[in-house]
Design a binder for this molecule. Structure first.
Ligand SMILES: Nc1nc2c([nH]c(=O)n2[C@H]2C[C@H](O)[C@@H](COP(=O)(O)OP(=O)(O)OP(=O)(O)O)O2)c(=O)[nH]1
Length: 142
């Protein structure tokens, strides 16, 4: 990838934690942040020197206090804005799924969390890229 392209891309990871009933954990973005109050898959930005799976494991530990083995993460799909306004960076979100983790998810940053049926995600108020991610999760489960 050319250096210029790298500067315009912001890699973000997200994780669908699936419980035994097939429900998925979603969390609410804090008010005051971009997309505040909307429901999203837990996750965040990939930092320098991390693989996407390492970033996902770090974010889930920070946000929910759970331990995830990078090899327990299945790639589900990705989402990116199809057309960018001039000068805007391209957020690319990679979605993983995990059925096994260590510990009980507990919000570590005061955020709300809740379990939803995968088919019910589309009815939630979410940031734009979480809708195609939710559709990818429905397709991945079939
Ligand atoms: N989940 C989600 N994130 C999005 C969308 N569009 C978009 O620009 N983002 C951005 C917001 C954040 O910059 C980034 C997600 O990373 P994050 O969860 O670590 O963001 P944050 O604002 O909590 O992080 P921070 O800067 O406070 O550390 O992706 C979207 O549609 N869904």
């Amino acid at each position: 990838m050319a250096d210029g392209a790298a500067q315009m891309m912001l890699p973000v990871v997200a994780v669908a934690l699936l419980d035994e009933q097939g429900r998925v954990l979603m969390q609410q973005r804090p008010l005051g942040k971009q997309h505040g109050g909307l429901w999203e898959f837990p996750g965040g930005k990939v930092e320098a020197g991390e693989s996407p799976q390492q970033a996902a494991a770090r974010e889930l530990a920070e946000e929910l206090g759970v331990g995830l083995a990078p090899c327990a993460l299945d790639a589900v799909g990705f989402a990116a804005e199809p057309v960018l306004a001039k000068g805007r960076r391209s957020v690319v979100i990679l979605l993983f799924a995990a059925r096994h983790w260590q510990g009980t998810p507990q919000p570590q940053e005061g955020q709300n969390m809740a379990w939803y049926g995968v088919e019910d995600l589309a009815a939630l108020a979410m940031p734009p890229l979480d809708y195609p991610l939710a559709r990818a999760l429905v397709a991945w489960r079939r």
